[in-house]
Design a protein around this ligand. Structure first.
Ligand SMILES: Cc1cc2nc3c(=O)[nH]c(=O)nc-3n(C[C@H](O)[C@H](O)[C@H](O)COP(=O)(O)O)c2cc1C
Ligand code: SF4
Length: 503
């Protein structure tokens, strides 16, 4: 797949904002049932966004609470908490739900959102598993320590250097030689995966079944997801979202690249098997009345990866297996990511598939706005043709009322989500609903926030993070001391302030 060139700068789509009366009649602000018992007051939706604000042990912090409190004040129909790890292993400042000790913090998060949205927002939590990805190493460390010196590597050296003695040379001789070797030699004697580990950092695949912990994924994941979902329910969340999208474990099981030969890879039936088994285990643990949704890819957008045909087929199976909603994303894979700098990890939003996940105004002729809607529309159509009513959520470059309303009117999706526009203005749904659309602070879609995410820095928006008076005690600052962590508060004219947000 050739890397597309993004040279066309697109203006933001014109915005026409409805009056309060028109908004009250709008589809976007009409209720929707999700699952057997839950109703969301409106079809506005904030998809998961990792803000890098948890403790290094994965606990909820005051900064995490401030992040979700601020979104809750905009009163979206649904707010999805960031990708949260289901294992009890260290993973940096990402939220975790892999043990009962995480429940109290998550409970506080739930209470905060209930209070700040005045009970209007339904709160789900996205739960995920991922396999190991290491930082790109210094060549000295790679050749000095990480690279395994095997007989087959020695044989390659002997062949390439036309000198049989390399078959018996000591490990330290081989390491020393490789460290000083030219690039052609390195590329010739290392395997593709060893070369990748040198140039990009070591990265596991779900089809590395020679590794026992990878071979065992189908055995352990249903239980881990089910327990995480049980904790989510105990903490008071309205539902869980199984993260089957982007670069992570479950999306990789669904991928056409998944070459496992143990019944969990290869054909579509086998690739969807573990995701369905996880869904069944979660359902059995949390019961039929609890919302269990999934986020997955309408298209991987990588060479030889799964495409919309696969996604339609998977979507019908998920719906038939009683998933309560399907949130369709696109791309965000490791396979086409750019080479990271030494000491950094590969980031799955730097290649063409990453572009498709979070498109910017610098685009191709199609532009970034509503670019992923056709995927959701096709999946929804197939689900309806199968006689199923499962709601479908779309996202990607949606930033005006007219876009959202048009999508719903044309039956392309049932809920319309916005991540970056909601980061730019957490109040935007409420502003539109109350007839203050002209006050919406519009996202510029240039991905400053994504750059922060890439560097694992606390995520903020460039449109508001410098707007504060130094020393203002009401404003909580980022670790770098230069950015406010939450958008400035807003209340409708005439309404008493909703209470200064916690940051
Ligand atoms: C800072 C940031 C963090 C994100 N984290 C997640 C995540 O944890 N899980 C997920 O499924 N998507 C994540 N996304 C992707 C968004 O949910 C969304 O799909 C994407 O930004 C496209 O929607 P938009 O154009 O409305 O921003 C993230 C996006 C951003 C900007
Ligand atoms: S930083 Fe840029 S892309 Fe991100 S939310 Fe703000 S305006 Fe939008």
């Amino acid at each position: 797949m050739n890397s597309p060139v993004y040279r066309v700068r697109h203006p933001l789509p014109p915005a026409h904002w409805p009056t309060r009366e028109d908004a009250a009649r709008a589809r976007w602000f009409s209720p929707i049932r999700i699952g057997r018992q839950l109703t969301a007051a409106e079809r506005t939706w904030v998809p998961a966004m990792v803000p890098w604000r948890a403790t290094d042990d994965g606990f909820v912090t005051p900064e995490v609470l401030a992040w979700y409190a601020r979104f809750a004040e905009g009163q979206p129909g649904v707010l999805v908490v960031e990708a949260t790890g289901i294992r009890d292993v260290a993973s940096g400042p990402l939220l975790r739900i892999g043990d009962d000790r995480f429940i109290p913090g998550l409970q506080t998060l739930v209470e905060t959102v209930r209070e700040r949205s005045r009970g209007r927002t339904r709160l789900f939590i996205q739960i995920l598993d991922f396999v190991t990805v290491r930082r790109r190493p210094e060549p000295e460390r790679f050749f000095g320590r990480y690279l395994e010196i095997t007989d087959s590597l020695r044989a390659q050296l002997a062949l390439w250097l036309d000198d049989r003695r390399w078959r018996d040379r000591s490990e330290s001789d081989v390491r020393e030689f490789l460290l000083g070797a030219d690039r052609v030699t390195i590329e010739t004697v290392l395997t593709d995966r060893e070369l990748e580990a040198l140039d990009y950092g070591y990265r596991e695949r779900v089809w590395d079944v020679h590794l026992p912990h990878i071979r065992d994924l189908p055995r352990v994941l249903p239980g881990l997801f089910a327990e995480a979902a049980r904790r989510a329910r105990e903490a008071g969340f309205d539902g869980v979202e199984l993260h089957y999208a982007h670069a992570y474990t479950m999306a990789s099981f669904l991928s056409r690249l998944n070459a496992r030969t143990d019944g969990y890879g290869g054909s579509r039936e086998h690739r969807v098997r573990l995701p369905l088994e996880v869904l069944a285990a979660v359902r059995a643990r949390v019961g039929d009345d609890y919302v269990v949704g999934t986020r997955y890819l309408g298209d991987e957008v990588i060479e030889d990866g799964s495409d919309l045909d696969d996604a339609i087929w998977f979507g019908v199976r998920f719906a038939a297996a009683s998933v309560d909603y399907l949130s369709v994303s696109k791309g965000g894979r490791f396979e086409d990511a750019k080479q990271p700098k030494i000491g950094e990890a590969v980031y799955p939003y730097t290649g063409a598939s990453g572009y498709e996940c979070m498109p910017t105004v610098l685009s191709d002729a199609r532009g970034p706005f509503g670019r992923n809607v056709p995927l959701a529309a096709a999946i929804r159509g197939a689900i309806r043709d199968a006689g199923l009513e499962t709601p479908v959520v779309t996202s990607g470059g949606i930033a005006t009322f007219d876009q959202a309303e048009g999508i719903l009117e044309r039956g392309e999706a049932d809920c319309v989500a916005a991540a970056r526009q909601t980061l730019a203005d957490p109040d935007w749904f409420r502003k539109i609903r109350l007839g203050y659309g002209e006050l919406v602070r519009r996202c510029e879609f240039t991905n400053y926030c994504e750059g922060l995410d890439q560097r694992h820095k606390q995520v903020t928006c460039k449109l508001w993070d410098r707007k504060f008076e130094p020393g203002d005690p009401a404003v909580r600052l980022a670790n770098d001391g230069r950015r406010r962590l939450s958008a400035p508060p807003w209340s409708p004219p005439g309404e008493a302030g909703a209470g200064a947000p916690a940051g």
